[in-house]
Design a protein around this ligand. Structure first.
Ligand SMILES: O=C(O)CCC(=O)C(=O)O
Ligand SMILES: [Fe+2]
Length: 293
């Protein structure tokens, strides 16, 4: 379905996809029907600022980032007490719980700083098919069912490195945008007749550019295709998120827990132990760390 645009160019859809934190049944229905939902005013202003400071300290320890660069941390929850505090924040946690119930496990976490001048982030799904070219622990973590609960702490806008998604692209039998073919293992798509590399056009049919404020959550499903607009703003873009998988069981094919992951789990209070007990971490000490971005 191609979203139409209202006069102020905020795209509209023929169904509700922006919710308040109390509309949990509707959030769940939208997520399963369309592969995403936006939830407004989930965390308060002071928590937004605390998370931004923490991302800055962890992702940019020397304070420096090249123009146009994107820097990641993929074990953020282990390094950031502010991020771990999200596990104690009911409005934030209720979002994943409304999808999976209390029987769920923290799967992974990430934080990203994107500098002004960053180019398009090509279209992709985070999900890794068994035949995908992605290898290593990222692939193992992204092989199953999971939901990503992202906080874009500088807000989201197409002019400043904002996220775009394709509604309804979350199902295994999604056929791709008209006129496009999938790249290997459906990781991305490309315009028919062009090089089979991940698409960088941000106006593919069906795209929904997202607009959010700093305390809002962008929730999307494991298969949902997303891309990132170039960052033409004037401030660093800060984002972080946790991803949860259903069930309380070890991740299949997981690795020995790193000391950092063990310390993180031990540091969590009793009321969140049920969600972190089967957190696998990434154990980057015994595996090469994949550069992102
Ligand atoms: O930077 C973003 O907004 C999205 C990043 C992303 O899609 C990813 O790391 O998989
Ligand atoms: Fe992604």
């Amino acid at each position: 379905m191609t979203p139409s645009r209202s006069a102020d160019s905020v795209p509209t859809l023929p169904y509700k996809h922006r919710f308040s934190t109390t509309e949990l049944d509707e959030i769940r229905d939208c997520y399963y029907a369309h592969g995403f939902a936006i939830i407004e005013r989930v965390i308060p202003g002071p928590m937004v600022e605390k998370l931004k400071r923490s991302i800055h300290e962890v992702v940019l320890p020397g304070g420096k980032i090249e123009p146009g660069a994107t820097k990641f941390c993929t074990d953020f929850v282990e390094r950031s007490p502010a991020c771990a505090e999200l596990l104690l924040c009911p409005p934030y946690m209720d979002i994943s719980r409304c999808l999976f119930g209390d029987e769920m496990s923290l799967n992974r976490s990430a934080a990203i700083v994107k500098n002004v001048g960053a180019p398009v982030g090509a279209w992709h799904t985070d999900w890794c098919a068994p035949d995908s070219a992605d290898a290593g622990r990222d692939a193992v973590l992204n092989r199953g069912v999971f939901a990503s609960v992202w906080l874009y702490l500088s807000g989201t806008h197409p002019s400043r490195g904002g996220l775009a998604i394709i509604p309804d692209s979350h199902t295994k039998d999604w056929v791709g945008p008209p006129g496009f073919e999938f790249t290997r293992a459906r990781k991305s798509f490309y315009r028919k007749g062009t090089e089979p590399v991940a698409c960088q056009e941000m106006d593919v049919p069906g795209v929904l550019p997202l607009f959010t404020e700093p305390g809002d959550v962008i929730l999307f499903a494991d298969h949902t295709y997303h891309g990132v607009f170039p960052h033409n703003g004037d401030q660093l873009r800060y984002s972080c998120g946790l991803a949860f998988r259903p069930g309380r069981a070890p991740l299949p094919d997981a690795w020995p827990l790193s000391e950092s992951a063990q310390r993180f789990i031990a540091s969590c209070p009793p009321e969140v132990q049920r969600w972190v007990e089967f957190y696998p971490g990434l154990n980057t000490t015994d595996a090469p760390r994949k550069e992102r971005g």
